[in-house]
Design a protein around this ligand. Structure first.
Ligand code: 5GP
Ligand code: MN
Length: 340
């Protein structure tokens, strides 16, 4: 299904459904929340009964967003979440393409597998056969930019409001690192220009997201760089690991490690950066790269994950020492590519 076909058919497609659930991925980020809420506000304008479900809580730097209190956090209210899923006539996947990315929601999503699915996403390796309609483009900055395109197609003059514009800007801003990467075409800037207005203040939105650290979060960042970062010059790589005790020592709150993995990439010759974190019973990997080294491939091959060429995540069931060991064992296979 081409973008044109999706856009052309969208009104007719969506008008078939009165009850819609929008789902986004586990550990939701600015784009997951921004795209889901913007799409939610858009569907409400068609008189649709829409619910947004996220698997677990959002980081506190998003807590000011319009509509955020309308979101159902599945691990806090599973009963209601299951009720919404069972009542849905259409389930929309926003900012992910595989149900395994929905954490606790995964099981219940499988139970209603007969419910049609709609996809709006920019991650790689989507299986389109699962979807009644899809808008998927890996060369778009963010899912929020895709949602912006959908709304623009139907007329910003009719459908854009301050809530939608704010949510879309949050998604595009966070997924591009404040417009520093993942921009593949000038339309990203053009559409943001159309979202900004006297009542939608880009600088205020930016400040709400990036200038709202707790003291603990800032000190954790310092600790990561000073005490936990290893630079592997031979591989143009760097990694940071954090144990559960480290996180406890800084009174870790959801979102506190967001962005940490980007810092080693600021070193001139570092092309690959990895954050390895001990989470409840599992190890989470966050990968970032500069240039054409694909962390999607690296994560898919060795760390049960994926994402984008320059940003990906993964998970292993092991100890933190085993996780670091695994990364160090895998790295030599990529030496040549990293030295290119
Ligand atoms: P982060 O490192 O910020 O958690 O994730 C970076 C990017 O990779 C995000 O776009 C995220 O949605 C995606 N991602 C994170 N973890 C996974 C994973 O386990 N599988 C896949 N396919 N994508 C992931
Ligand atoms: Mn995204």
């Amino acid at each position: 299904m081409s973008k044109e076909l999706f856009l052309n058919n969208f009104r007719e497609f969506i008008s078939q459904y009165k009850r819609v659930v929008v789902v986004s991925h586990v550990n939701p980020d600015g784009d997951a929340i921004g795209s889901s809420l913007a799409f939610y506000y858009f569907l409400l304008k068609f008189g649709i009964d829409v619910k947004v479900i996220i698997p677990n809580d959002f980081p506190s730097f998003l807590s000011w967003m319009p509509g955020i209190s309308d979101i159902l956090i599945f691990d806090k209210n599973q009963e209601k979440g299951v009720e919404y899923l069972n009542a849905a006539e259409l389930i929309c996947y926003l900012d992910f393409n595989h149900p395994s990315r929905t954490g606790l929601v995964h099981n219940d999503l499988c139970h209603c597998k007969k419910t049609p699915r709609l996809l709006i996403d920019h991650h790689r390796d989507a299986d389109f056969s699962q979807f009644a309609a899809y808008l998927s483009d890996v060369e778009t900055s963010s899912t929020s930019e895709l949602v912006a395109e959908v709304i623009k197609y139907h007329g910003f003059d009719k459908y854009l409001d301050d809530n939608i514009a704010t949510c879309l800007l949050v998604g595009i801003m966070t997924d591009t690192g404040s417009f520093s990467h993942s921009i593949y075409h000038p339309e990203t800037f053009e559409i943001c220009g159309e979202l900004i207005s006297p009542t939608v203040d880009y600088q205020l939105i930016h400040s709400n997201i990036y200038n709202t650290f707790s003291e603990n979060r800032m000190r954790l960042l310092g600790f990561c760089i000073n005490n936990r970062m290893t630079v592997l010059n031979d591989y143009h790589a760097a990694y940071i690991y954090l144990t559960k005790e480290d996180l406890d020592a800084f009174d870790y709150q959801i979102g506190d490690t967001e962005g940490v993995v980007n810092h080693p990439l600021m070193i001139d010759n570092v092309k690959l950066s990895v954050l390895i974190t001990e989470r409840q019973g599992v190890i989470r990997f966050s990968f970032r790269s500069k240039g054409d080294f694909s962390v999607h491939e690296l994560s898919k091959e060795h760390f049960n994950g994926g994402g984008h060429t320059n940003a990906a995540g993964g998970t292993l069931n092991c100890t933190i020492d085993e996780a670091v060991d695994k990364f160090l064992r895998v790295l030599p296979q990529y030496k040549e590519m990293l030295n290119k």
